[in-house]
Design a protein around this ligand. Structure first.
Ligand code: 5AD
Ligand code: SF4
Length: 442
């Protein structure tokens, strides 16, 4: 049973991608502005927002088990809102299956949470999965976040319709946020202490807009404008589609010092047959050429990728082609997943679905290759001198953790503060981090 009263404390739990993390932060800011306080770690909250991810099946299952776990010993529950992509895709089912859920709110509607909470506090169960174009960001309060590294969503949605993917259905069509709004949000983040901004979008490199003089610009133009903010030291962006990697964006990697040498560019498979069935509209060869051009512009760039094993019809030869492209590219980092049929997507009903055993075996082999390569990448950076952005204290006394330009975690000791850029020499590589020696404050 849900205790019905106006909530005073809240907790937002985000799953899935960085865009969801960003949305979770903005929801927290919105709730804060309504006079609610974030519940302390370990404390009970009056309102819990589960900001969910729908990209693979386990994520959705997790939501249901999380809802169950929110039940208190006396049988009551907090006011539960399910937000994010599972809410968008399965809102009605959630309302029917989980009686304790009082609100279902999609990723494009969460600016309306205050009104929904009001109604839910009076006992109603409220669903809002509308997709009003552009309305959300304008209706949210200004950014409050204070952290050396901040996310900024610049683009949402996807028009590419890869046959395995739910994103075009859960996040809707591609939209770019207006240039002026982004510059303002970036300025505010920097004013509040951000030294690094990561531009986010499901297809972030498809961002386009008009600059202050009304000229049409792409993501490269936005990066160049942001680079002019004096206290902003680093710019990153994720996630990109190979077909939206413009010549100008590639050139920016060679020309804009503040644009970090790291590119997350998913390829998904190394087999042209599978890529065609995935509707990726690029080939293994065109992807390899593209990476070559990016490396010509910025030779030290770290490349990361996403992979799916066991897409319907994937043969042993197709999988061998994936291992082969991994060898060719030499990824610094990567995420790899077993194919998960998503309801409503074309691939879910394709013939020749791959068995779990085969997928398990291929994932293991792929991950062994990717781990080998990321370790090799880390080892190859040993001896380099670079700046590290200090993000937090480490486990040991006097130890700090930060990120190198290549997005590696580096740890070192000394008298520093969060937000410092510290000049270090990279000393030793572990599989997931590097030790570093401080040279001087950058
Ligand atoms: N099954 C497995 N992995 C998927 N991804 C997206 N959809 C699926 C799916 N149905 C992976 C892709 C994408 C990343 C965010 O998640 O690799 O790039
Ligand atoms: Fe998950 Fe995709 Fe939604 Fe991000 S956009 S939360 S990855 S389903």
């Amino acid at each position: 049973m849900t205790k019905v009263s106006i909530p005073r404390t809240f907790r937002v739990k985000s799953f899935g991608c960085q865009m969801n993390v960003y949305d979770g932060e903005r929801m927290a800011e919105l709730l804060g502005e309504q006079g609610m306080a974030a519940a302390e770690e370990g404390d009970d909250a009056d309102l819990v927002v589960l900001n969910t991810c729908h990209i693979r099946e386990k994520a959705a299952e997790k939501v249901y088990s999380d809802i169950g776990r929110l039940k208190r010993e006396d049988g009551t529950s907090p006011l539960i809102a399910v937000a994010g992509c599972v809410a968008q895709a399965e809102g009605e089912e959630i309302m029917a299956r989980a009686k304790d859920v009082r609100m279902v709110v999609g990723p494009q509607a969460y600016h309306r949470l205050p009104d929904m909470i009001d109604r839910a506090s009076k006992g109603e169960r409220v669903t809002d999965t509308d997709m009003p174009a552009d309305a959300k960001f304008g209706a949210l309060p200004a950014r409050r976040k204070r952290a050396p590294s901040a996310f900024l969503t610049v683009q949402e949605g996807c028009d590419k319709f890869c046959t395995y993917c739910v994103v075009p259905y859960t996040r809707g069509a591609e939209i770019s946020r207006p240039f002026a709004d982004l510059i303002e949000e970036a300025r505010r983040l920097v004013y509040q202490g951000a030294r690094e901004i990561t531009l986010l979008g499901q297809n972030v490199n498809a961002w386009d807009g008009e600059d202050a003089k009304g000229r049409k610009i792409g993501l490269d133009g936005l990066v160049r404008e942001l680079a002019a903010l004096p206290d902003l030291a680093r710019i990153r962006y994720t996630t990109s589609h190979p077909n939206d990697m413009s010549d100008a964006l590639i050139a920016a990697h060679g020309e804009v010092d503040k644009l970090m040498p790291y590119l997350h560019l998913p390829v998904q498979s190394g087999s042209d047959r599978v890529l065609a069935a995935m509707n990726r509209s690029h080939t293994a060869e065109s992807y390899i050429r593209l990476i070559e051009r990016v490396r010509e512009a910025r030779p030290d760039i770290a490349i990361s990728g996403d992979f799916i094993v066991g897409f319907p019809g994937e043969s042993e030869q197709d999988f061998a082609d994936t291992l082969s492209i991994v060898d060719t590219i030499g990824y610094a980092a990567a995420f790899s997943f077993k194919y998960s049929p998503r309801p409503g997507t074309p691939a879910a009903t394709m013939e020749d679905q791959i068995t779990r055993e085969v997928m398990d075996d291929r994932l293991q082999r792929l991950q062994a290759a990717l781990t080998r390569d990321s370790h090799a990448f880390n080892r190859a950076t040993v001896g380099r001198t670079c700046d590290v952005l200090v993000e937090r204290t480490g486990r040991r006394e006097g130890q700090w953790l930060g990120k190198t330009p290549w997005l590696q975690s580096a740890y070192f000791t000394g008298d520093h503060a969060v937000g410092d850029l510290v000049r270090v020499e990279l000393m030793d590589a572990n599989p997931n981090s590097l030790s570093a020696r401080v040279l001087q404050l950058a």
